[in-house]
Write a protein that binds this ligand. Structure first.
Ligand code: IPM
Ligand code: MG
Length: 357
C-alpha cells in the first residue's frame, strides 16, 4: 500500500522522537512491501517563529489531505508569553478540531517488564493494569468561549464548558464499541453532582446503554475516578469521559504504568485519517540531549498502522520489537532501574529497528 503521512515534529523533544518512529515505519514498509511518503508540517512554537501562527491554514490543509498524521509534541517556555489564542497548544487544538478527530484513545497498560517502574505498591500492580481512556477531544471547556475581562478594575476570566447531546452520543458510542471489543465494561466518568454538562452526559450514556446490552455500564464521579485509578486500577476496562477530565485522568493513568514516555494515543473522527501522538509533552528540559524516550511515538506509529491503514501484522511487529527491546534489558533514563542498560533516544530507536521482523 502507498500511504502519505503528514509529519509534525513540533518542538522540544518532538523532532528526536519522531525521527525514530519514521525510521521504524521505513523498515516496516521495506519488510512488508508498502511505501510511505512523508509531508512535513510546521505546527506549534516552530510555526509561531516562522509564520507568527501556531498552525497556518496551509499547514492544516496538508494534514487533512494526508492519509494520517504523526505528531511529536509542541510547546515550550520560549512561547509562554505568547497570547492564548496564538500559543503552540492552540495549534494542536486547531489541528484536532480541523481534522474532526473527536475520539481520543489512550491506553493505560503496564508492560510486565516495567512492573517495578510503577509507583504503586506491588500488590496493586499485580492485579493488572490494562484499560483504555476514551477521551472526547474536540468539545467541552477546551473549545468553549475563553475570555478575560476587566470589570471595574477586577480581572475576571471565563471558560465555558458546553456539550450537546450529539457530541456526547458520538463519543459514547465509541466507548461502548471499544468495550465490546474488550472485556465489555464501560465506566462513564463525569461530575454530575455539580455540572449540568455532566448530568446530560450521564443521561445520554444511559440512553445508549440500551443499544449495547452486552456492555456493563457504570458511572463514576471524576474525583472518585482519580482516586480509584491509584487504589484499584484493575477494576477498569474502558473509561469514557469528556475532554478535560480525560486530559487529567490520562496523565494519572500513564504514570501508574511506569512512564508517560511509553504511552501512545490515537485520535479518530468520521474518516480513517487519524492523528497519532504520544501523550507526553515536549519536555524542553531534556530536548536535544538524546535522553527522550521515543517509545510512545513509536507505538503511536504502530497504532496508525493498525487503526488507519488496517495493517495489523505490521503493527504487531512494532509492538513485539518494543517488547523484545524491554526484554533485553534496555531502558531510557525515564524508566531506568538497577541492573538495566541505559540507552539514549537514538540507540533505543536503533535497537527497536533491529528487532523488527
Ligand atoms: C494532551 C496535552 C494537550 C491537551 C495540551 C498540550 C494542549 O496535555 O494531549 O493531553 O491538553 O490536550
Ligand atoms: Mg494532557
Amino acid at each position: 500500500m502507498n500511504k502519505n503521512i503528514a509529519v509534525i515534529r513540533g518542538d522540544g523533544i518532538g523532532p528526536e522522537i519522531v525521527n525514530q518512529a519514521i525510521k521504524i515505519l521505513d523498515k516496516v514498509a521495506e519488510l512488508y512491501g508498502h511505501s510511505f511518503s512523508y509531508t512535513d508540517v510546521d505546527m506549534g512554537g516552530c510555526a509561531i517563529d516562522k509564520y507568527g501562527d501556531p498552525l497556518p491554514q496551509s499547514e492544516l490543509d496538508k494534514c487533512t489531505g494526508a492519509d494520517s498524521v504523526l505528531l511529536g509534541a509542541v510547546g515550550g517556555p520560549k512561547w509562554n508569553d505568547v497570547p492564548g489564542d496564538r500559543r503552540p497548544e492552540k495549534g494542536l487544538l486547531r489541528l484536532r478540531a480541523g481534522m474532526g478527530v473527536y475520539s481520543n484513545n489512550r491506553p493505560a497498560k503496564i508492560w510486565a517488564q516495567l512492573a517495578d517502574a510503577s509507583p504503586l505498591r506491588k500488590e496493586i500492580v499485580e492485579k493488572g493494569i490494562d484499560f483504555i481512556i476514551v477521551r472526547e477531544l474536540i468539545g467541552g471547556i477546551y473549545f468553549g468561549e475563553h475570555k478575560t475581562e476587566d470589570k471595574d478594575g477586577l480581572a475576571v476570566a471565563t471558560d465555558i464548558l458546553k456539550y450537546d447531546e450529539k457530541e456526547i452520543e458520538r463519543i459514547g458510542r465509541i466507548g461502548f464499541e471499544t468495550a465490546q471489543k474488550r472485556n465489555k465494561k464501560l465506566c462513564s466518568v463525569e461530575k454530575s453532582n455539580v455540572l449540568d454538562s455532566s448530568r446530560l452526559w450521564k443521561k445520554v450514556m444511559h440512553r445508549l446503554a440500551d443499544e449495547y446490552p452486552d456492555v456493563e455500564l457504570s458511572d463514576m464521579l471524576v474525583d472518585n475516578c482519580a482516586m480509584q485509578i491509584v487504589k484499584n486500577p484493575a477494576q477498569f476496562d474502558v473509561v469514557v469521559t469528556e475532554n478535560m477530565f480525560g486530559d487529567i485522568l490520562s496523565d494519572e493513568a500513564s504514570m501508574i504504568t511506569g512512564s508517560i514516555g511509553m504511552i501512545p494515543s490515537s485520535s479518530l473522527g468520521a474518516t480513517s485519517c487519524g492523528l497519532y501522538e504520544p501523550i507526553h509533552g515536549s519536555a524542553p528540559d531534556i530536548a536535544g540531549k538524546d535522553l527522550a524516550n521515543p517509545v510512545g511515538t513509536i507505538l503511536s506509529a504502530a497504532m496508525m498502522l493498525r487503526f488507519s491503514f488496517d495493517m495489523a501484522k505490521e503493527a504487531d511487529a512494532i509492538e513485539k520489537a518494543v517488547s523484545d527491546y524491554l526484554d533485553a534489558g534496555y531502558r531510557t533514563a525515564d524508566i531506568m532501574s538497577e541492573g538495566m542498560k541505559q540507552v539514549g533516544c537514538e540507540e533505543c530507536g536503533r535497537i527497536i529497528l533491529e528487532n523488527i521482523k
